[in-house]
Design a protein around this ligand. Structure first.
Ligand code: APR
Ligand code: PHB
Length: 393
């Protein structure tokens, strides 16, 4: 087989890149380890920056998002029982869209099926070869048969546990990491959200996020120690703990119901550099992870896709191979700003049991400053709605 770009991974990064390349007349094949049902079974965040929304529109997959997604012009913070609404639109000129990542992935899969894009699901033993040669080669197994694809470029969209990052030699790859001493216990339920806007709340018992998927579906998160076991959290225990961490005005409004899903996720900040090596580009979670505070995971993946798609269009249509090394530089500049914001929001809102008195007071002062000053709120707003993309020239 032969194609212009082999994309490894059919998560949001791989599918969105595939769709944009397809529309630009650049042939591509996607190789995915799991089945489509498995990929769609993963529950992830649900906030799209305005730049991500624009990119999904450019990719021609926005019909359902535009019909069903909820535009939010604000977000709320809460600490010491006091509520701080942040008018995102007024302060930054932009809004965010509440639309689940699972739905984004479903729309991208449907579009690829309709348009006849080639995707091999349930592949095994994907191997990347010849990244420094005149053509790269990707070998894989599918239903017990061995296959080989020759291509010009490989897009490593295979998430944190994928194989692509390992194709960069150890002496070249640099890794930067922070792990946090707690996790998020998430719960999805078919109950109306407790508040119109999302609420990010600090409480002495730990952070809380009141999020939503629609007017009838809520997503709540509680900060928990990493030693917690999800099986010890009955629905009743979850709702009880959530109520304890919310002020009475909200706790009394909270509508409870059976959970559709419950899971605990650890929090991590991670970046791998460079994001390009020879004919390989790393995209999304394959190169970076953020803690979910601020919902930057999918949005940074879309940011990488935006840069890579624009660069590959110029490479294939205008012969601009000089842009290839620019990918890492452009993508990382925006990635690090997303990393900074997610790390900052995590530090601002969580309860850190290992912080001493000085650090705790600085955290308190930070919360008071950022939330009560217009300049502080504007800083949060412009990062939350998403920083602009740089032009690719
Ligand atoms: N071969 C083929 N496919 C693979 C391999 C492999 N060796 N390893 C991993 N994959 C697939 C995974 O099964 C998964 O479907 O790559 C895909 C990677 O998808 P994601 O982990 O969703 O990563 P990405 O597309 O970059 O999405 C980034 O989505 O996953 C969230 O938290 C993440 O919000 C972030 C955004
Ligand atoms: C979610 O709805 O799952 C969500 C929203 C905002 C975040 C993280 C997760 O910051």
């Amino acid at each position: 087989m032969k194609t212009q770009v082999v994309i490894i991974g059919a998560g949001p990064s791989g599918l969105l890149l595939g769709q944009l390349l397809q529309h630009a007349g650049i042939s591509n094949i996607i190789l995915e380890r799991q089945s489509p049902e498995y990929v769609l079974g993963r529950i992830r965040a649900g906030i799209l920056e305005s730049g991500t929304v624009d990119l999904l529109r450019k990719a021609g997959v926005s019909r359902r998002m535009d019909a069903e997604g909820l535009v939010h012009d604000g977000v709320e913070f809460l600490f010491n029982g006091k509520r701080y609404p942040i008018p995102l639109k007024k302060l930054s000129g932009k809004s965010v869209m509440v639309y689940g990542q699972t739905e984004v992935t479903r729309d991208l899969m449907a579009a690829r099926n309709e348009e006849g894009g080639t995707t091999f699901y349930q592949t095994r033993n994907v191997e990347i070869h010849d990244l420094q040669e005149t053509a790269a080669r990707v070998d894989f197994e599918y239903h017990g048969e061995k296959y080989s694809v020759e291509c010009e470029y490989v897009a490593g969209c295979d998430g944190f546990h994928g194989v692509s990052r390992q194709a960069i030699p150890k002496e070249i790859l640099r890794e930067y990491e922070r792990v946090y001493p707690f996790g998020w216990l998430g719960m999805l339920s078919d109950t109306p959200p407790v508040n119109d806007e999302l609420i990010y709340a600090h409480h002495d018992r730990g952070f809380v996020l009141c999020s939503q998927r629609s007017l009838t579906r809520s997503r709540y998160y509680l900060q928990v120690p990493l030693t917690e076991n999800v099986d010890d959290w009955t629905d009743d225990r979850f709702w009880e703990e959530l109520r304890r961490r919310l002020p009475d005005t909200l706790a009394n409004k909270l509508q409870t119901g059976p959970s559709l899903e419950k899971s605990i996720a650890p929090l991590r900040s991670y970046v791998a550099e460079p994001m390009q090596y020879g004919r390989l580009f790393l995209v999304g979670d394959a190169a970076h992870i953020v803690p979910p505070t601020g919902a930057k995971g999918l949005n940074l993946a879309a940011s990488d896709v935006n840069y890579l798609w624009r660069i590959l269009c110029k490479v294939f249509h205008e012969g601009r191979t000089d842009l290839i090394p620019r990918y890492s530089e452009l993508a990382l500049r925006r990635v690090w700003k997303g990393e900074r914001f997610s790390w900052f929001m995590t530090g601002l809102l969580h309860e850190f049991h290992d912080r001493d008195g000085f650090d705790q007071r600085i955290q308190q002062a930070d919360r008071e400053y950022y939330l009560s000053s217009e300049a502080g709120q504007t800083t949060i707003a412009e990062n939350y709605v998403g920083l602009p993309f740089e032009p690719v020239e």
